[in-house]
Design a protein around this ligand. Structure first.
Ligand SMILES: C[S@@+](CC[C@H](N)C(=O)[O-])C[C@H]1O[C@@H](n2cnc3c(N)ncnc32)[C@H](O)[C@@H]1O
Length: 270
């Protein structure tokens, strides 16, 4: 068996069609097709408890588009490390960045086996730029940095993107250490982009839906307060408007969607 087919077989063994997985349920909420029946059932149950979850997913993706547009345009960033990529959908990080800067280089990181297979097939780069895909766990920032350094020049600024991923690192000290290690590996002028669910911005049924998720799906999730999310940004300069609902981050000129219970922020390493 070739290395590639052995790797593919290993990936297939990690896929569970019997337990709802976050990447696939997120894809379902975004209107994608890459999910199983169990993901639809759990996704529908969460929606019945927390009706705005679909708006959260769409607002998060729209925030990604505006944040990368800002980074590739105004901030001149040419390198992206997108951890917790999710299943490919429309307006993926490299598409937004390479539309503005065709030479942009993007490393995608996820630990979901289906994301891995789809990303390799679909997240293909412009001729001038590069994309690569790393199968790694967010709990292991050193492995992520080492793998990313094969595609990115870590002596030049990098935008580290942690969208909807630190909420799967349940221990706040561990999450802080992950952010610290990732940010330490990139130079001054780099950026950190975060989205994170919270119970502080409304969202009826959010808490009960998270409890249901943690009892029925994987991986388990946690919400954080604004103060906890702000602590991840220690030592960084917040780009206006700071830490806000991701649906309210730099919406000028676009139609403002409903307020969602998901923080969004972009910060610069001085
Ligand atoms: C809510 S989705 C967010 C996707 C995308 N970043 C976005 O904002 O649309 C979270 C992603 O993080 C991935 N993920 C969850 N826990 C992870 C971990 N410990 N290491 C790496 N990826 C993880 C999931 O597989 C999923 O693709």
């Amino acid at each position: 068996m070739s290395d590639d087919s052995a790797q593919q077989q290993g990936i297939e063994q990690r896929i569970s069609a019997h337990i709802a997985h976050n990447a696939r349920v997120w894809n379902y909420w975004l209107g994608g097709k890459d999910h199983y029946e169990v993901d639809e059932q759990v996704g529908d149950m969460v929606t019945s408890m927390y009706p705005s979850i679909g708006e959260v997913a769409r607002a998060d993706r729209a925030f990604l588009g505006r944040a990368v547009t800002f980074l590739a345009g105004e901030a001149g960033i040419r390198q992206y490390l997108d951890v917790g990529t999710g299943l490919p959908t429309v307006e993926n990080t490299h598409e937004v960045a390479q539309r503005i800067a065709p030479d942009a280089r993007v490393v995608y990181v996820d630990n979901d086996p289906i994301v891995l297979t789809h990303a390799r097939a679909l997240l293909t780069s412009s001729a001038q730029g590069a994309t690569s895909y790393v199968d790694a766990d967010a709990h292991d920032p050193k492995a992520i940095i080492e793998a990313a350094s094969r595609t990115l020049d870590l002596d030049r600024p990098v935008a580290i993107m942690l969208l909807g991923i630190l909420n799967f690192v349940l221990d706040t000290e561990k999450a802080t250490a992950i952010v610290r290690d990732l940010v330490a590996a990139v130079p001054s002028g780099s950026y950190l982009v975060l989205t994170h669910p919270t119970l502080e911005l409304g969202g009826e049924g959010n808490e009960a839906a998270m409890k249901f998720w943690n009892e029925n799906a994987t991986p388990p999730i946690t919400a954080r307060t604004g103060a906890e999310v702000s602590a991840f940004l220690d030592g960084l300069e917040l780009i206006e408007p700071g830490l806000v609902s991701c649906a309210r981050w730099r919406t000028e000129g676009t139609e403002e969607g409903p307020l969602v219970a998901q923080f969004g922020v972009v910060a610069r390493k001085p």
